[in-house]
Design a protein around this ligand. Structure first.
Ligand code: GDP
Length: 328
């Protein structure tokens, strides 16, 4: 080899290496961070999981009893009556002959069920406003902190509005998170008007050039009428200051099962829920509630909580969810 050839070979090798490294880094930056390597933290694993039941149901091949057993397994995994029946019907109508074919058909059907929804947060306002609603104890405050950390990580500036003025502890808890994350928290007097807290936070965000306002709200379901009137007012005021609210996220506890459906219905009567954050998915072997919610109510699950840590909020990934649900 002469010197020119050696120089060309080295140059090609160096350029190749740079291209490979760039592609790898880009791939990393583009993919959502998935703590623990799993978006659902083992939703399909363990006793009582759909995956485990499925192994039993399909263990002896496909026969007449398979369909009743499959429907029962789906009900036990919180998929819900209508969705379970419809999904089993469509799997059956494909006439799978082997357990593997039935499993594949089921996976295909579940993906279809979850396929059509837009799951990105739609944040276009200046500032954008995210109203977070849900029953106390579902993980609302923790979710707000996780979401703030996530958005700040994307380079957005965030303000939190402590509009649950009913419980002093709620404001204090949000303030603690704010201090920890270095994010401003706008609060109000205990017993004060929650809508005015939201209004103040949005005004403050506008004055300071903040990108996103996340509004925490009360979740005392036993005072349902008042609560719902309060939610509507916060939404109206928040939307009124700038035309619209970007997202109304309802926080649901995955371990609450079918109760979640009722909560979506009730909150939807007061505010236009645009997405679900399903928390504590790490604490249940079921998770079929995702399918029940989307099929019955048409509200997309946008984010899932998979632990108590600040990074444990991830975008909902239907393909991986179905894989894990059926894995067992
Ligand atoms: P809030 O009353 O709805 O505001 O609920 P909190 O945010 O105070 O959360 C209630 C409890 O649930 C706390 O102990 C949280 O750490 C816990 N929590 C919240 N989200 C998750 C989650 O995704 N997984 C687990 N395992 N725990 C969670």
């Amino acid at each position: 080899m002469d010197t020119t050839t050696i120089v060309v070979v080295i140059a090609v090798a160096v350029i190749g290496a740079v291209v490979v490294v760039t592609l790898v880094l880009r791939g990393r930056a583009g993919s959502p961070s998935l703590p623990g390597g799993s978006p659902t933290a083992g939703v399909g694993r363990g006793q009582g999981s759909l995956g485990a039941s499925l192994r039993q149901v399909l263990g002896s091949g496909v026969g007449e009893q398979t369909w009743a057993d499959l429907e029962e397994a789906m009900l036990a995994a919180d998929v819900g009556v209508d969705a379970s029946a419809a999904i089993v019907r469509s799997v059956r109508s494909a006439r799978p002959e082997t357990a593997e074919q039935a499993r594949e058909q089921l996976a295909r059907q579940l993906r279809l069920e979850l396929g059509a929804e837009a799951r990105e947060l739609h944040l276009v306002g200046d500032p954008s406003v995210i109203l977070v609603v849900g029953v106390n104890g579902t993980g609302k405050t923790t979710t707000i902190a996780k979401l703030a950390a996530r958005l700040e990580g994307e380079g957005k500036k965030v303000i939190l509005a402590a509009a649950d003025t009913f419980r002093a502890a709620a404001g204090a808890q949000l303030q603690t998170w704010g201090d920890r994350l270095g994010v401003d928290v706008v609060g109000g007097q205990e017993g004060g008007d929650p809508a005015s807290v939201a209004f103040d936070a949005i005004s403050s965000a506008r004055a300071k050039g903040v990108d996103v306002v996340i509004v925490d709200t009360a979740g005392r379901l036993h005072a349902k009428k008042n609560l719902m009137a309060e939610m509507s007012k916060i939404h109206r005021v928040a939307a009124g200051t700038r035309g619209a609210v970007d997202e109304v996220l309802l926080v649901l506890d995955a371990t609450a099962g079918q109760n979640g459906i009722t909560q979506v219905r009730e909150f939807s009567e007061a505010v236009p829920v645009s997405g679900i954050v399903l928390t504590k998915l790490d604490g249940t072997a079921k998770g079929g509630i995702v399918i029940a919610i989307e099929r019955q109510l048409g509200v997309p699950v946008k984010l899932v909580g998979v632990g108590e840590g600040i990074d444990d909020l991830v975008p909902f990934d239907p393909d991986r969810f179905v894989d894990e649900l059926l894995e067992g």
